[in-house]
Ligand binder design. Sequence first.
Ligand SMILES: CC(=O)N[C@H]1[C@@H](OP(=O)(O)OP(=O)(O)OC[C@H]2O[C@@H](n3ccc(=O)[nH]c3=O)[C@H](O)[C@@H]2O)O[C@H](CO)[C@@H](O)[C@@H]1O
Ligand SMILES: C=C(OP(=O)(O)O)C(=O)O
Length: 430
Amino acid sequence: MADLIIHGGKPLSGTITPSGNKNSVLPILCATLLTDARVTLRNVPLITDVEKLVAFFTEQGSAVTWDRAAGTMTLDHSTFDARRLNGELPAGMRSAVLLFAPLLQRMKKFALPANAKGCSLGIRELDPHLEILEKLGAKVATHRDDLTLTLKGRFQGARHWPDYMSVTATENFVMAAVLAEGQSVLLNAASEPHVQDMCAVLAAMGAKIAGLGTSQLTVTGVAKLKGGTFTINSDHHEIVTFLALGAITGGEIRVKNSLPHHFDLITRSFAKLGVKIEHDGDTAIVRKRQKLVVEEPFTSNLLPKIEAAPWPYFPVDLLPCMIALGVRSEGAVMFWNKVYEGGFTWMSELAKFGAHVVVSDPHRITVFGAKPLRPSTVEAPYIIRAAVALYMVAASIPGKSVVKNADTIKRAHPNFVENLRSLGADVEWK
Ligand SMILES: CC(=O)N[C@H]1[C@@H](OP(=O)(O)OP(=O)(O)OC[C@H]2O[C@@H](n3ccc(=O)[nH]c3=O)[C@H](O)[C@@H]2O)O[C@H](CO)[C@@H](O)[C@@H]1O
Ligand SMILES: C=C(OP(=O)(O)O)C(=O)O
């Protein structure tokens, strides 16, 4: 495990080119298993989750070439040999669950331990995934923590209306439905940018998917998918992370390749903390020395809040960056995580800097900002952007801080420290 050693208090300024979105590239990589044709991906981020998935593919005999410097990867699964699978899926990453549908397409039967956990944000249940696979014709047998999944022939088209909009369950539904016999309809579908990205790539491979970006997806099964060359979109999580870093340190940061149509509510949420984000074409900009102050609502007696929920709400993975800004903003603000029951477990670490946070219940906190802070040594939870948020607060405080066991950041942010140093940060891995 690696620690981040930070000498904070310096404004971070400069220009960043964000990497490809982790939550896009991972489902797209899993979707490449649905064809034996060659697929080339561009703008592949050099992150540990991708490393693990590629290692898994090559262990099963797939041919993968990856020019890490160029970010280009070519995959050929025609040599994938199902007999090599030893029942282990890549560990420590939620996206392992995205192998369920494509592996069933290829192997028709496999057994595995139910280990598809990612960030420690809560229980990360498997039930919605199993329901979908069953609805589309697979058999699911469970024994303690082990699963055996079986599919006779092709998936069968079906209509399904799950309890809630789940990102990876929607992706599994689509991956099962694209090669199913007949038509499938998913209501209450997730529509995050990465869900849309995976669907767009599948459509370019020959899948028939209607309703992209909405809560109802209609998929008409086809017999076969083709290959092609696709580019992974830039990561809105990384773009927001760097904008938030500019705001918290008082620097000016420009982030290229942003997709402005993703940003309306995100920009609005920054504004609630006094931060103006500007867009010049596809460059997002935070100007220097902005005064962090919680916006007063027009309606009296209302506690300002930022609430995270499935898209098009504010993205839950970015809530920690907003919490870090809240800690530095004058005023009180509520953060409401409508998704995870374990998203606020790291508030005690934030308090070590002197932050004043009241945890109301597992889903809601109130931050009383602009308290005097001191450098500190804190422990990062296994939550990517919580580790980033602890770094953000440390970077805003003059003096030496340590964020221990922060390498979960490498799951999503390539060259994190190198990027920070290019902005003038004094930070290193130890
Ligand atoms: C690899 C990947 O893409 N991971 C993302 C994906 O995980 P993942 O697909 O696991 O997240 P889900 O959308 O399934 O939601 C996570 C959990 O939140 C709870 N839940 C969610 C929505 C809801 O309306 N009600 C509810 O109870 C459930 O317990 C669920 O297990 O989406 C999450 C939510 O955007 C992100 O944090 C993860 O980064
Ligand atoms: C929660 C995240 O990832 P995962 O779902 O893989 O745990 C994340 O990317 O912030």
